[in-house]
Design a protein around this ligand. Structure first.
Ligand code: AMP
Length: 417
């Protein structure tokens, strides 16, 4: 069912409670905490500008980090208020609480088009418990509820779900912000009715994290291209040896079922035909947990189906890159989630970068490319191709759950059109 969006609302003079995703990285500089990456704040500007234009009194709520119900000063949203004011060119009034007298008094003095940012909602343990009394207290300053925090929509917390329920019960409207609307459009509608061929690229560490997505996409896609460590669990399922590669032996049956489903449904299911492999060795350096940091030697390309004993598969090889790029070149719709290898190490980043380039090239030729969040977004940005794709999701866990076909609590709570 289509959800109401902020565009559909009459907000003139009303108090609009907007849940945003300001879970931004903060760092201390000259004794002050500052925002080091404002991408998430920038992403909310279209919604905020629309609300300002329409004369809303905007009350922003968000979480930052995991303070676990405590007032952790380094997780305060105060620096986000300063950053937002810079970006939007309007004064942003910060209140160092998200419920109670102080909030009521500041909001009571608001004029249309003004903005207030409330303190980290996770300073209260009731937030993550979706405590009804706490949601009720937050909702005291809300005539209308808007959710623009797609990245938190898979959590049924007070500010993402509870407040919406209270507002709706009182007869108020609950709507998706413009960012949320785009997420639902691209991860939802566009993939429900994709232009074909619809090619999906899935990578990352674990089959277990993505099997529900694989299963659902096998009903929709024309081809699935698999990379990352996940590919080795599929190799195991095909009876091959995987050496020291990261695999999930207990997921072999799951992988076999996916391969069988692909065959029945005549979906092209491509696994890498060659790999970049290397031999792990323990260095003298210890990581944060006190374990030796692993490094790699003897990096080489292998075209054998078996990974030799003592070696690990860490990236797709050049032949696979060619096959995957060719498959992407003919695509009309592309969905990509998960890197093709251990891309944080530049020795094993070539496969992921090449796929990023192939996705960008296909987009230039008219394909719609949708990047399903997390590491693939990081990889695209790193290779400077972020603006060469159609849409990059801002959600990690939320995108995956949405792609699995689960209705997200933060979306379910919004009013239907
Ligand atoms: P995910 O969160 O499931 O998308 O997994 C992303 C992580 O998987 C990244 O940190 C990658 O470095 C890692 N990864 C991908 N391929 C491999 C591989 N072949 N071996 C080890 N780690 C990998």
């Amino acid at each position: 069912m289509a959800k109401l969006t902020v565009r559909d609302l009459d907000v003139n003079g009303k108090r609009v409670f907007v849940r945003v995703d300001y879970n931004v990285p903060l760092e201390e500089k000259d004794g002050e905490m500052v925002v080091t990456d404002a991408t998430r704040i920038e992403a909310t500007l279209p919604t905020l500008r629309l609300l300002i234009e329409r004369g809303a009194k905007i009350i922003l709520a968000a979480h930052c980090g995991r303070p676990k119900g405590q007032r952790v000063p380094t997780m305060s949203l105060r620096p986000a208020a300063a950053k937002l004011a810079d970006l939007i060119g309007v004064t942003v009034n910060f209140v160092d609480d998200c419920i109670g007298e102080k909030v009521a008094s500041v909001v009571g003095g608001m004029v249309p088009g003004s903005i207030v940012l409330l303190e980290n909602v996770r300073y209260y343990p009731e937030e993550e418990k979706n405590d009804p009394a706490f949601a009720e207290k937050m909702a005291q300053v809300a005539d209308v509820y808007v959710n623009d925090a797609f990245g938190s929509a898979h959590r049924a917390h007070a500010s993402t779900e509870g407040v919406a329920r209270v507002v709706a019960r009182r007869g108020g409207k609950c709507a998706a912000g413009l960012l949320m609307e785009r997420e639902l459009q691209f991860l939802g509608d566009e993939l429900d009715n994709p232009a074909r061929p619809f090619v999906v690229i899935l990578g990352g560490a674990k089959v277990s994290d993505k099997i529900k997505v694989i299963d659902r996409l096998l009903d929709k896609a024309d081809a699935l291209l698999i990379g990352g460590a996940m590919a080795y669990t599929f190799r195991l399922a095909q009876g091959h040896k995987t050496g020291a590669s990261l695999v999930e032996p207990d997921k072999v049956d799951t992988a076999k079922a996916a391969l069988a489903k692909a065959k029945t449904r005549q979906v092209k299911f491509l696994l890498p035909s060659d790999d970049i492999i290397a031999d792990p060795f323990k260095t003298d350096t210890l990581d944060k947990k006190g374990k030796p940091v692993i490094d790699w030697k003897n990096v080489r390309t292998s075209s054998a189906a078996d990974v030799p004993e003592g070696a690990a598969g860490l990236d797709i090889g050049p032949a696979s890159v060619k096959i995957y790029s060719d498959a992407l070149a003919g695509a009309k719709t592309i969905l990509w989630n998960g890197p093709m290898g251990l891309f944080e190490n530049k020795l094993f980043a070539a496969g992921t970068n090449a796929v990023a380039q192939a996705v960008a090239d296909a987009t230039a030729k008219g394909a719609k490319s949708i990047i399903g969040g997390g590491d693939s977004v990081k990889a695209l940005k790193k290779s400077g191709l972020g603006d060469k794709v159609t849409f990059m999701s801002t959600g990690g866990g939320a995108s995956l759950e949405f792609l699995e076909g689960i209705e997200l609590p933060g979306v379910a709570a919004l009013s239907d059109k």
